[in-house]
Write a protein that binds this ligand. Structure first.
Ligand code: F6P
Length: 367
């Protein structure tokens, strides 16, 4: 008879460098306690909801060396909210149904004592709802956007900044050679963290973020001041969620069933057109970095943070700290309530030292 205690692990939402390091951290910490087995649900909660269930044994063999690898060995989805699950009707149309009771029943039926949900704000909102329904669940914050509150950093963010900075550096030399304006669009949803950190690391002339709507005239004036006697160049970092004062975000329509977000994309091209219309005479080129920011090997910081979160998450299970999320605060690994973590987004404060310092070194936010 299998008398092992079971913990279920899943990764939800967009992937992010460091997910595998969390999984490995959980497995390694669980190994130091007698009698635990770790099971993974494939593609967030979908693995449990499927018939037959799609689960994976997580042990030393299946997780060896994975901390170096990007993506997630458990796969992921942002179309798997069990409380609002997309269901196809016989006529081909789609409705949604709440499958959370069935999910909790199935989790209990396989003898799972606790669940570790590795995901961003959307996933942790689901964690909170399932906790309120009686599931023993803990959260681990992930996202390249760094927008989960109650933690100083999420893992994956710094890798994204490194990738964006490497690309930015390449765009600088070509901007300089052609006296061009180069616009680089980075991810981040409604938060400008990736943009601001990349602008600071790379030495951008202009940084446009959702938290500071820009005045296109001011951006053009700043660009023009760089073109003296026809010479000069400008590198702009724009966050995908940035918008002009009185303007709207640039997005594309998603036809993916069950996809819950607005897909932000294309602000680099919108900005380029706005600059031209506002009298910018320089040649402009646009680069959209897209998913390169989420792919590949996590940098050392993210591997470490993710591993610490994995170890902590398992210890939270041992200590029955359910309804809480692992968190990195003031250089300590701690935990916070899921309720606190989801009550707000972590956005850039416009009066923060980072913004003031960026302005002090000449970066324009167009405000
Ligand atoms: O939340 C992470 C993120 O990469 C955002 O920065 C971006 O807007 C979004 O996910 C892209 O989502 P998808 O992979 O579904 O296109």
């Amino acid at each position: 008879m299998n008398t092992k205690r079971k913990v279920l692990v899943l990764t939800g939402g967009g992937d992010c460098p460091g997910l595998n390091a969390v999984i490995r951290g959980i497995v390694k910490r669980a190994k130091t306690e007698k009698g635990w087995s770790v099971i993974g649900s494939i593609e967030a909660f979908n693995g449990v909801l499927k018939e037959p269930m799609q689960l994976m044994k997580l042990n030393n063999k299946t997780t060896a060396g994975i901390h170096v690898k990007g993506g997630t060995i458990l796969k992921t989805t942002n179309k798997g909210n069990p409380l609002d699950f997309a269901v196809e009707q016989p006529d081909g149309s789609w409705t949604t149904s709440d499958r959370s009771d069935e999910l909790i029943e199935k989790i209990k039926s396989i003898g799972v004592e606790a669940v570790i949900n590795i995901g961003g704000d959307g996933s942790q909102r689901i964690s909170q709802k399932l906790f309120e329904k009686g599931l023993n669940i803990v959260g681990v914050p992930k996202t390249i956007d760094n927008d989960v509150s109650s933690t100083d950093f999420t893992f994956g963010f710094r890798t994204a900044v490194q990738i964006a900075t490497d690309s930015f550096d390449k765009l600088v030399t070509t901007a300089e050679s052609h006296h061009r304006v180069m616009i680089m669009e980075v991810m981040g949803r409604d938060a400008g963290w990736i943009a601001l950190h990349t602008a600071m690391a790379g030495g951008a002339e202009v940084c446009l973020i959702p938290e500071i709507p820009y005045d296109i005239r001011k951006v053009v004036d700043h660009i023009n001041s760089r073109y003296v006697k026809g010479k000069g160049f400008v590198n702009i970092v724009v966050a995908e969620g940035a918008k002009a004062k009185d303007g709207a975000v640039t997005s594309v329509i998603s036809d993916e069933v069950g996809y819950e977000h607005q897909r932000l994309r294309g602000v680099a091209f919108a900005l380029s057109a706005q600059l031209k219309a506002a009298g910018c005479k320089a040649d402009i080129r646009e680069t959209v970095l897209g998913h390169t920011q989420r792919g590949g090997t996590p940098i050392a910081f993210d591997r470490i943070l993710a591993t610490l979160f994995g170890v902590k998450a398992f210890e939270m299970v041992l200590d029955k700290e359910f309804g809480r999320m692992a968190s990195y605060r003031n250089n300590e690994i701690t935990s916070v309530t899921l309720q606190d973590a989801i009550s707000d987004y972590n956005l850039i404060k416009t009066d923060s030292y980072m913004v003031k310092a960026a302005k002090a070194i000449g970066i324009s936010f167009g405000d």
